[in-house]
Design a protein around this ligand. Structure first.
Ligand code: FNR
Length: 184
């Protein structure tokens, strides 16, 4: 039986570097993995009033997709040394204290890419903190800080940097083992 993974990028940008990484992971997934990408563009701003009579439909769809997945992959950009609001907003819906918290006990893998040499290290630390607070089972190693991302792509926007491709492949294998370990 295939492992279901859901991947989200913390960017709405069409040409997002982080979306490129996520698409690469989906394309290169092992046969044992069913990898679907969820775009956060339809998620409204969190408002506790909107939760009272059940989640809005787009939020419900998102939360259902997370709930059904065996593992959550988050590829985050970094804004001003922090997590982009778009991503934090989606995690706040997912970790609801009013309705279901779909992050609780969810194996999660966080990585990110940026032009800076630090490769979203600050943002990833914040995402991991939020996930941990929500009860998610965050993979701690390997850490993937993909810096200088603009130099790791070809003109068509494909990830060509061999070191990064290898690290992504290896980290996917480690995440599969992590999911299996967390389920035993
Ligand atoms: C950035 N960027 C950025 N990068 C970084 O590594 N550390 C940072 O603190 C910031 N700060 C920052 C603030 C704001 C408001 C923006 C818009 C951008 C640059 C960022 O990494 C770059 O725009 C990426 O291209 C964003 O990710 P996506 O959209 O390509 O996935």
């Amino acid at each position: 039986q295939q492992l279901k993974m859901i991947g989200i990028a913390g960017s709405l940008r069409k040409d997002s570097f982080n979306k490129i990484i996520l698409r690469h992971m989906a394309e290169q997934r092992p046969d044992a993995v069913d990898f679907s990408i969820y775009d956060l563009k339809h998620i409204p701003l969190f408002n506790g009033d909107l939760e009272v009579n059940g989640d809005p439909e787009t939020v419900m769809n998102f939360k259902e997709a997370v709930e059904k997945a065996d593992g959550l992959v988050i590829v985050t950009p970094e804004y001003s040394h922090g997590v982009p609001g778009v991503l934090k907003n989606a995690l706040d819906w997912a970790a609801s204290v009013t309705n279901q918290n779909v992050l609780d006990n969810k194996p999660a893998f966080v990585l990110g890419a940026s032009p800076s040499p630090l490769g979203t290290a600050f943002a990833q630390a914040q995402v991991k903190q939020t996930l941990t607070a929500a009860g998610a089972l965050v993979l701690q190693q390997p850490e993937l800080y993909i810096g200088g991302i603009q130099n790791k792509l070809d003109k068509a926007g494909n990830l060509t940097d061999e070191k990064t491709r290898k690290a992504l492949g290896q980290s996917m294998d480690t995440f599969i083992h992590w999911i299996q370990k967390m389920n035993t």
